[in-house]
Design a protein around this ligand. Structure first.
Ligand code: SF4
Length: 223
């Protein structure tokens, strides 16, 4: 049973019937896959160590929906985890498997929509409904300083989850805004489509993370 106050949906969360049915069909087709709402990826040091939360859009069908770990199993993870390791926000080696031993450092990763949507496209009602879990996910980290949203949908849902107006805090790649005492960074999503089409280059993505790493370092040094 799903606990609406919890940051993590139940394995059979029924709140979005279309997504629930889509997952049910894939459970039949690929019983060895994870095929459920994908939980937030946490560092081993626990919630109190998290200063950066990364919010993606939704699990990829053959990525997180298959493996059960955000951004694991498809192209988007190669760029994301490679960049996190380079900036000291993750350690180990990313091998695109949940048992690869990769650990986050002061960082957590979640999705605005926890269930895989058909064609990677959640509808507005599903995005709104899954804020039921995004809100308490943001609230669960007592030392959170920054959020990075990947793509405009994740950005807008995060802004709403923070109780702010989307029109007041518009999405912009490389943007940094203040929302409820948290620095809200935003980037184009690191999807294969965006990198193949040149919307997002590796340099652009790394640049966003360098800014975040510098911000967090500055926070640590502040009295
Ligand atoms: S997308 Fe979120 S709210 Fe909708 S069924 Fe999945 S876990 Fe539940």
């Amino acid at each position: 049973m799903t606990d609406a106050a919890s940051p993590e949906p139940g394995h059979d969360c029924p709140l979005c019937p279309r997504l629930h049915d889509f997952i049910a069909a894939w459970r039949e087709r690929e019983p060895g896959w994870f095929n459920a709402p994908v939980p937030t990826f946490l560092p081993p040091e626990g919630e109190g160590s998290v200063r950066l939360l990364i919010v993606g859009l939704a699990p990829g069908l053959r990525g997180a929906n298959r493996t059960g770990r955000p951004f694991t199993g498809d192209f988007a993870g190669d760029l994301l985890y490679g960049t996190l390791i380079a900036q000291g926000l993750a350690r180990g080696e990313f091998k695109a498997r949940p048992d690869d031993g990769l650990e986050l450092v002061g960082t957590a990763i979640t999705n605005a929509v926890r269930c895989v949507p058909p064609e990677n496209k959640p509808v507005g009602a599903e995005i709104a409904t899954c804020r039921t879990f995004l809100r308490p996910t943001i609230a669960r980290f007592p030392n959170l300083r920054a959020i990075l949203t990947l793509g405009s949908i994740a950005h807008q849902s995060t802004v709403r989850a923070l109780g702010e107006r989307v029109a007041a805090l518009p999405f912009r790649h490389g943007g940094r805004q203040e929302a409820g005492g948290i620095a809200l960074f935003s980037s184009y999503h690191c999807s294969r489509y965006n990198t193949n089409t040149g919307v997002l280059t590796q340099e652009m993505f790394v640049s966003v993370f360098k800014e975040i790493a510098a911000f967090l370092k500055n926070q640590t040094q502040a009295p």
